[in-house]
Write a protein that binds this ligand. Sequence first.
Ligand code: GLU
Length: 373
Amino acid sequence: MERTVPLNLRKTRRLVVKVGSALLVENGEARAEWLATLAHDLADLRSGGTEIIVVSSGAIALGAAKLGLARGGRGSLADAQAAASVGQVELARLWSDKLRRHDITAAQMLVTLGDLEDRRRYLNASATLQRLVETGAIPVVNENDSVATEEIRFGDNDRLAARVAQAAGADTVILLSDVDGLYDRDPGEEDARLVERIEGVTPEIIAMAGPESSSGIGSGGMLAKLQAARIAERAGITLVIANGTGPSPLTRYCDTAIGTVFLPQADASARKAWLAGRLAPAGVLTVDPGCATALANGASLLAAGLIEVAGEFGRGDLVAIHGPKGERLGQGLVEYGAAECRTIIGLREDEQEARLGYAPRAAVVHRDHMVRE
Ligand code: GLU
C-alpha cells in the first residue's frame, strides 16, 4: 500500500501541539519525565524554525488528586472547576520548568469558548498568540475551566486546539493522545486497521469513532477529535492524531508517521473564510491607491491609507474595504470602532497615540483577519 506521509512536522510553519490529560497525568501525578522528553522535542522543532503553541490538558486531573476529589474531579461541574483552579497552578509550573531547561519561556493563556467565538475577543486572543510567538515564548493554552460554565465550555481540549490553531494562524495541529489514531472499526477487533489519511470528515468517518472511546481521565474521546478535525479541515489546517504515550512523541511521529492525518478541505486562505460567511459588513473603509496596492500585496490596512470611513461599527465587526474608486477590495474584522477609525484617519502610527489617548493597535484591519476579493 502506498505510504502517504503528507506531513513533515519539521516543515510546518506554526504548529499547535495538544497534549491530553492521559499523557500528562498518571495516578494523580504528573508524568514529569515524559514531559521533559516532549519539551525536548518542542525545542528541537523550534530551533528548526517551526513556531509552537501548546494546548495542554491535565489541570482537572492534577487538581482532583490534590484535593482528593472523586471521579478524577469530574463528578460535578463544581468539582471540575475547583480541581482545575488547583491543577492549573501545577500545570503551568510543570510547563514552565520543562521549557526553561531549553531556554524557552512558557506563557499561560486560559481561554473560554466565548473568547474564541466572539469576534472582538477572538481578535484579542489572536493578537496575543501572535505576539507571544513573535517574542519566542511558547504559549501554553488551556480552557479557563474554573470560570467557564457548562454552556460556554468547550469541555474538551481537542476542539479548543483546533480553534486556537485558527486564531493563531497555525497550519498544523497534532493531537497527542493515548490512541494511535482513528481505526476503521473498534480497535479491539482483530482486523481493525488504522486509517492513515482522511480527506474530509464524512458521516461514515464519524461512524468509525464508535461509542465514546476514552481513557476516562480526559474528556476528549475520538468523537471530539473528529469534531476538531472538522473545524481544522474547513479552516485550511492539517490535523494529526498520534499516540503520544511514549517518550519523545513528536520525534516518534516524525520518524514513523504512525497516526491519522486529516487533510485540509479548503485552501489556507479559507482559514479566514468565516469572515466571508454570511455576515453583512457593518461599514466601509475606503483606502488610497497606495494602500490598495499594499493590500493586494498582502499587507494589513493601516490608518495612514484610510481616506473615508462609512457606517457605524464596533471593534471586531466586519467591514468592507473599498479602493479609491469605490471598487471592492475585500473585507475584514476591524480593530477599532467607527469613531476611533475617524479619529485616526490618514494618520501615521506615530501620530495616532496622541489622538487616541492610548498606544495604537498594529493595524486598522490586520491581514490575518482580512479576505481579499
Ligand atoms: N481543560 C481540561 C483540563 O485541563 C481538559 C479538557 C480535556 O480533557 O480535553 O483538565
